[in-house]
Design a protein around this ligand. Structure first.
Ligand code: SF4
Ligand code: SF4
Length: 391
């Protein structure tokens, strides 16, 4: 979306804000992995009523120390809270249809996890608490990688092994600038390339963890699982409850399966959480290497708006809406969109929080990124490719 009235754009979901003012409580439908993520967020803002789950065990014992009720109990409540469905894609669809049959309306009485944490929660947090919340942001500590995936969405296969990483000072500055403006984030990620190649990753975790951990729901490192973390890194990750997300490439690179299990055991031994991705998921081809839309302004704004990527990046003072746009442009030497970021240092004046909210919701000066010209965006799902094919 293109800014036409910066700082005063019309914001959607204002009826939801009103409903939350009237009854500041949500039920999370699904006491599992997504429910746990959402629990942290809603708890932080004192907006959690209970979980809804059919699992009788969970109903008996609770989940995350919170009451779990069956759906029947929900309908008996006098003042029924809004619901967020936090389940797998397939279960989400079933629950959604079921709630609609019961007369509830999507985006009015109930919400879907991804859209809620990405688009609706920032609005609730801004208007009810006067704070700035963002769903996800990353620091790419290095563009180097220990693998060479043909279709790496960051274009890391083209990066020379001697390319300079972000220095520790640059990482510190990125975190400082970011948290000077953002009050709370659902997930803050250290990523690459392969982040474990960065020689001072433990210091980076220590710095961010010691200063900003209370502003982060999930502090994570995304790794391809090829490198064993050092003792120093494990210590820092334990101290600051860092979650390791291991991308699962075992279908393509079968020998990695054993490595994942070794890592899992190591993390368990050290009291660190890790999630190994599903092995059967496919990748999407964004078309960065060959697509050129030669789009008009209107077409590119449409591509950007439909894409709705949640993967933002902070790089010193520069807040990029799309980490792929920045990294691919740089790593594949496309060198376009070099000004496609919000300068957080320059964000000043009485209305800066509102401007930042609008940016998070997808507003910008141009309304698109130059890299959208070279990207399938939302259409990428029509172009599935095998996971992690190597060059
Ligand atoms: S492991 Fe990840 S960062 Fe490395 S080349 Fe593959 S997709 Fe890119
Ligand atoms: S369409 Fe634009 S915003 Fe979306 S992933 Fe591609 S470059 Fe990023």
């Amino acid at each position: 979306m293109k800014w036409t009235n910066k700082g005063n754009e019309k914001i959607p979901f204002m009826k939801v804000v009103e409903a939350v003012r009237q009854n500041p409580a949500f039920c999370i439908y699904g006491a599992g992995q997504y429910g746990r993520e959402l629990y942290g967020l809603l708890k932080e803002f004192h907006l959690l009523d209970c979980f809804i789950d059919n699992d009788k065990n969970k109903q008996r014992n609770g989940f995350q120390g919170v009451q779990v009720i069956g759906e029947d109990e929900y309908w008996k409540k006098e003042k029924r809270p809004l619901i967020v469905i936090a389940a797998s894609a397939e279960n989400t669809e079933n629950i959604k249809l079921h709630l609609q049959e019961k007369g509830l309306i999507c985006n009015q009485n109930f919400f879907i996890f991804k859209e809620f944490i990405n688009k609706i929660f920032p609005i609730i947090v801004y208007f009810i608490f006067g704070k700035v919340y963002v769903n996800l942001s990353q620091i790419c500590v290095t563009e180097r990688c220990s693998l060479k995936c043909k279709k790496c969405a960051h274009g890391c296969y083209a990066v020379k092994s001697d390319k300079e990483d972000l220095t520790l000072e640059q990482i510190k500055k990125s975190a400082d600038v970011f948290f000077a403006k953002i009050d709370y984030i659902c997930e803050f990620v250290l990523i690459g390339g392969e982040p474990l190649l960065h020689r001072q990753l433990a210091e980076a975790v220590e710095y961010i963890g010691s200063r900003y951990r209370d502003k982060i729901n999930i502090f994570s490192i995304t790794t391809n699982g090829t490198i064993r973390p050092s003792g120093q890194l494990l210590d820092a990750c334990k101290r600051y409850e860092v979650l390791f997300r291991i991308s699962n490439y075992s279908k393509q690179l079968t020998k990695l399966e054993k490595q994942y299990q070794l890592l899992k055991a190591l993390f368990e031994e050290n009291g660190i959480c890790c999630i190994i991705g599903r092995p059967d998921s496919s990748w999407m081809d964004y078309g960065f290497e060959y697509l050129n839309r030669n789009g008009t302004e209107e077409e590119l704004i449409n591509v950007f708006d439909r894409c709705d990527t949640p993967c933002h990046e902070i790089r010193e003072n520069k807040f990029y809406f799309c980490v792929m746009a920045r990294s691919v442009s740089e790593n594949l030497s496309k060198n376009v969109g070099e000004d496609d970021y919000l300068d957080l240092d320059k964000l000043k004046g009485p209305n800066w929080k509102r401007e930042l909210l609008e940016f998070i919701l997808g507003y910008s000066e141009k309304g698109y990124l130059d890299m959208c010209n070279f990207c399938y965006g939302a259409e990428c799902y029509e172009h599935p490719i095998p996971v992690a094919e190597q060059l």
